[in-house]
Design a protein around this ligand. Sequence first.
Ligand SMILES: *Cc1c(COP(=O)(O)O)cnc(C)c1O
Length: 351
Amino acid sequence: MISFYPGPSRTYDEIPDYVKDAHRSGILSMNHRSDEFVALCKKTVSLLKEKLDIPESYTVLFTSSATECWEVIAQSLITEKSLHIYNGAFGEKWFDYTHRLIPNAEAFPFDAERKLDLKQLPLTDQEVICITQNETSNGTEVNASIIASIKRINPRSLVVVDATSSMAGIELNFKSADVWFASVQKCFGLPAGLAIMVCSPQAIQYINSINEKKHYNSLVFMNEMMEKWQTSYTPNVLGIYLLMRVLKKRKPINIIHQKTKTRAEAWQKFFRGAKNLKLYIKNQGVRSLTVVTVTGKPDYVSEIKKKAKAAGFILGEGYGVLKNDTFRIANFPAIKSSEITKLKSFLKEYR
Ligand SMILES: *Cc1c(COP(=O)(O)O)cnc(C)c1O
């Protein structure tokens, strides 16, 4: 089976070997207060910074999922209010989770077919501005220049970006926002159970000034522990080890970005002029580079998903309200070109 699911997604072929190495070298029972863990943590963070082009002054923290990042942000980074800018199910879920903890959290939903219009945003006096960079449910993205403008217009606010389905797949301008997070079961090509959170010096300063300490994963504790290359609880050591091994082999992000972009354009071309299947997002200017959402009549879509499965392909289900009339194709780096060719030759008959 070849998985084109946009998370959990296809993992790199080397993972089983790395797991064996981890077993052989004692990683599986490694103590998270040991010198060996400190070295592993340091190495992983340094590779993340090197390969993803994260500024040296930024802090990398580990959590176990992107959902945990949503919660940690609501508990330790927002004291009064936050603004949530989204156009799909993941951004909305993030808002819902935050709203339960922060009653003043405000939603700004926008049209998935439109570029975010900065003039319409209630940007002034926001404490924290939350943006879903890549909306995995519908296959749209908020581009780098819009995120940078939001920060430029409101430099005192913290801009927090969910990049779960794009980090490690495309270039992100980390300097243009304060907190970026992603779990590893998407573009990193790793098994689930680990997420990373990247914080600017301004974010760390704010975290310390709030000094929220009510939770095991309060950001103050997490940051304090990371200053010693450790975590506030026993982390997913195997996950961190696998991340380190996978990163070691990866090309720099600008090269990966080019490949992702070329493949995304090829997918768009593939569906151009198709009779039965169309790209769900019509506006090319807002389409995601890492998630391709395809739409058709519900019966047809469900037939294709079944036939694809029988032919050895797992397509991504439609998400939320799009469940019945869409399917999604991950355009993540771990997928091989030969696999894309195979899926295309299967879909050719049906498109
Ligand atoms: C997958 C996804 C999440 C949730 O990730 P978990 O690691 O399952 O918590 C959050 N946001 C976006 C944009 C996602 O694609």
